[in-house]
Design a protein around this ligand. Structure first.
Ligand code: SF4
Length: 442
């Protein structure tokens, strides 16, 4: 084999890759045209998510929000609902915030310069490069983890791809590799090579269009590269949650809560839950179910102090783990009873202004709540919580956010069919489906 100079290698790489791509490129819905809005949506969805998973979400999203304008004007809850199950929900909120920027700053037309695209909310260097190259054929690199792997292997680079400086170095290198007038196809071809051939665990070198000059293959290091230092281990949090069953007019329904407008899973709906203090949590979880009453009291107390509701945890339902990028939730779920009499008394106090929900605004006046709760406890309610030592978390701010487009209801009793309109993170979707199934309603 003849030895090639670096420039010759790059040229050969581009030729071989493009030829291969034109033969094998997959027919994906976002490749039907070069509309920058569709490319933007697809690239945001594809972050951390497999193509097969994204396809139905992309189709549904585009048919519901076919233009930047429709997306910008949609209620946030509808956007989150369309994203339900895809995870990393801040992507959806940022996408909508970016759409609003396009409406305000660019009269509803997608911007066409690198600086303007990069300034949109949620658009980082990779997404900017993908939009600029695929939509406008501008020679701007789009370097994500896949591309870093492919390029590191081809040139046998020992740089740690977990470091931001490596990404910058590789962006500069890839920029010099883009064949003239072919940015659109070259960047997509690189992504395709990383997805189909030069995969993380089992690179298929024998089918690779650039195998002839690939240094990692020639040196037998294709499984060793790229170098990637390990990410920090996710922090473990122990949480206890309640499936509070409604009574009386709420019979057959369960209590759900909307998360604050900022932070993790912002604006999504969930079953009420509370973080258990570290020093208690491991012991309690390891001791299996015999410590249930204490854990049950922790969630009862949360509902009492946060929302003025007194509930009685009745039985263990299930345990479920969920990993976010930086936190792991180990959760224990209890079924809990609510008392129709308590609810009637809470409703009668008219804390909230929204009359559509009997629980609307019940956290609006803390002093009133404490008074009511104390009164109810004095009435002889059993299981009055007394487990402050178990609860590690400062009360989360569930106060209604005036900017939120949905109603002010932070707590709501819902039937199974109501899940069609409220966005839930995967974890709670799974638990609620399991619960309805146990009731024979799924
Ligand atoms: S030859 Fe193997 S290691 Fe090199 S780029 Fe192709 S698939 Fe990756």
């Amino acid at each position: 084999m003849t030895q090639l100079s670096l420039e010759q290698k790059k040229e050969m790489y581009g030729q071989n890759l493009l030829e291969w791509y034109h033969h094998i490129q997959r027919d994906l819905p976002w490749r039907k045209n070069h509309d920058p809005y569709r490319i933007w949506v697809s690239e945001i969805m594809l972050q951390q998510t497999r193509v097969d998973t994204v396809i139905p979400y992309f189709n549904a999203f585009i048919s519901k929000f076919p233009t930047v304008k429709v997306l910008a004007e949609a209620p946030e809850e509808e956007v989150l609902k369309c994203w339900e199950g895809l995870g990393y929900y801040s992507r959806a909120r940022n996408l909508q915030a970016g759409a609003k920027m396009v409406m305000e700053l660019h009269h509803g037309q997608m911007p066409t310069t690198k600086e303007e695209v990069a300034a949109l909310k949620g658009v980082g260097p990779y997404t900017c490069g993908a939009i600029m190259s695929i939509a406008y054929n501008e020679p701007i690199p789009a370097v994500d983890g896949n591309v870093m792997r492919v390029i590191s292997r081809f040139f046998a680079l020992d740089d740690d791809i977990a470091k931001p400086s490596t990404r910058i170095k590789l962006e500069k290198l890839v920029e010099t590799m883009i064949p003239q007038g072919q940015a659109r196809y070259f960047n997509q071809a690189l992504m395709e090579l990383g997805a189909l051939i030069c995969t993380p665990k089992s690179p298929n070198c024998l089918l690779c269009p650039v195998m002839e000059h690939c240094e990692a293959r020639l040196q037998g290091r294709e499984h060793e590269l790229p170098i990637k230092s390990k990410a920090k281990k996710a922090r473990v949090e122990y949480r206890v949650a309640a499936i509070v069953e409604g009574q009386g007019e709420h019979a057959g329904k369960v209590l759900v809560r909307q998360r604050p407008a900022e932070g993790l899973l912002a604006g999504m709906w969930e079953l009420p839950h509370v973080l258990v203090a570290d020093e208690q949590a491991a012991v309690l979880y390891e001791s299996e179910l015999k410590e249930q009453p204490e854990l049950g009291r922790a969630i009862a107390e949360e509902l009492h102090t946060q929302h003025g509701l007194l509930v009685r945890p009745r039985q263990w339902f299930c345990d479920q783990d969920h990993i976010f990028s930086h936190i792991r939730w180990n959760m224990r779920f209890f079924i809990a009873d609510s008392d129709p009499e308590q609810l009637t008394r809470l409703e009668a106090l008219e804390f909230g202004s929204n009359e559509s929900s009997p629980l609307a605004g019940i956290n609006a006046d803390e002093s009133n709540l404490q008074e009511v709760a104390a009164g109810l406890a004095a009435d002889g309610l059993k299981g009055t919580p007394s487990s402050a030592a178990l609860v590690a978390e400062k009360p989360m701010d569930y106060t209604a956010n005036e900017n939120r487009q949905s109603s002010k209801n932070e707590l709501r009793f819902i039937a199974q069919k109501d899940m069609d309109s409220l966005p839930f993170p995967n974890l709670f979707l799974k638990i609620l489906q399991k619960y309805w199934q146990s009731k024979g309603e799924a």
